[in-house]
Write a protein that binds this ligand. Structure first.
Ligand code: ATP
Length: 356
């Protein structure tokens, strides 16, 4: 396993910025995810690490070795794609063995490595099956086995689960994480699915439009987003525009356009924020941190949407200047109706302040 260092890397496609001045170090053995909406530059970055694209500017290092302009087959990387890219008429074993044959290993050595890795991805009984006789989930495990059998220094996964249905996606997600933990291989994972990113990664890089919006652990990104984009993209949140009205020790009060006052804690805010009276801020309130009944930051609104999911009851509650998404986990069997007034409160500690 190797570390990956990306130094001042940009990729320009004519007038289009694929990636802008990216700086990043992925530690040896880390599970690192590039997360962001379509077109944000995830795949471009991965392709530069793989060697399929060369950067317009900057350097890429594996440990201390400069690989910026090295051909893909000289980088010792394993790669798994969304569409598997397997040979459909060949057997599972023939597919897994492909990279080893290219490396001219002996027949006995190849069989031993293929057997071991087939076991690792739980396809013991499937060695002689043709790829087109396998389910999508099994095919993806063959693709993973093929990438791992060459004992890569770095494993690159580009949306590997997007062609699977929800249940298989979850199973395969757990499987990939298990295998990665067992092998300890440095892994870079590309996805636009925040749930996948949050559940598998040691660290996540959130990207938008070729720029890095935040790099951090799943907990940091969820609990301490740097900006509105991250707060909104990771999980769900309500963002309410307000102006800082008063700062008193650890407390901060912000007022909405129509005069609602919210009180929160100064330390529960983006590190990018400098607190000054009169500053415009956005108050981020997670739907699950809104509670029923009276209390801190009390509000009375009208229900405009009710949804029962089994785990929770989700409401949309309308106020004069905004609507609040609310998720109540412990409902005690009570379900309110559209049109009813509802009293809600949000603990001071549950507000999070963001800048622009
Ligand atoms: P997706 O999730 O849709 O794959 P992405 O985040 O992986 O998106 P990239 O494929 O990296 O995004 O694309 C980043 C930007 O670079 C986009 O604006 C895209 O249109 C542009 N781009 C990517 N590849 C090329 C190319 N070969 N030629 C021209 N523009 C490209």
């Amino acid at each position: 396993m190797k570390s990956v260092k990306i130094e001042n890397v940009s990729k320009q496609f004519g007038q289009v910025h694929g990636v802008k001045d990216l700086n990043l170090t992925i530690k040896a053995g880390e599970f690192f995810t590039f997360l962001g909406p379509s077109g944000c530059g995830k795949t471009t970055t991965l392709r530069m690490i793989a060697g399929f694209y060369y950067p317009t500017e900057g350097k890429i290092l594996f440990d201390d070795r400069d690989v910026t302009l090295l051909q893909p087959n000289k980088r010792n990387i394993g790669m798994v794609f969304q569409n598997y890219a397997l040979f459909p008429h060949m057997t599972v074993d023939e597919n897994i063995a492909f990279g080893l044959q290219v490396r001219k290993l002996s027949k006995a050595e190849i069989q031993q490595k293929v057997d071991r890795i087939r076991g690792l991805v739980h396809l013991e009984q499937y060695g002689r099956r043709k790829i087109n006789e396998l389910s999508g989930g099994q095919q993806q495990r063959v693709a993973l086995a093929r990438a791992l059998v060459i004992e890569p220094d770095i494993l690159l996964l580009d949306e590997p689960l997007s062609n699977l249905d929800a249940k298989l996606r979850e199973e395969t997600r757990i499987e990939i994480k298990r295998i990665q933990t067992d092998l300890g291989v440095t892994t870079i994972y590309v996805t636009h699915d925040q749930m996948e990113a949050m559940s598998m990664s040691d660290r996540i890089m959130v990207m938008d439009n070729g720029d890095v919006k935040q790099i951090g652990t799943p907990q940091e990104i969820y609990n301490r987003p740097l900006n509105r984009f991250v707060a909104d993209f990771i999980g769900e949140t309500n963002l309410i525009e307000a102006t800082v009205e008063d700062i008193n020790g650890d407390d901060i009060q912000a007022k909405t356009v129509n005069g609602l006052i919210f009180t929160g804690r100064k330390q529960h805010s983006s590190p990018a924020l400098t607190h000054m009276i009169g500053d415009k801020v956005f108050i981020s309130i997670r739907p699950e941190s809104v509670n029923l009944g009276p209390g801190e930051n009390e509000l009375i609104g009208k229900i405009s949407f009710v949804e029962f999911t089994g785990i929770s009851v989700n409401y949309i509650v309308d106020f004069k200047e905004f609507a609040l998404k609310v998720m109540i986990i412990n409902t005690n069997g009570q379900l309110k109706q559209i049109g009813e007034d509802i009293t809600l409160h949000i603990a001071h500690d549950s507000l999070y302040f963001l800048g622009e």
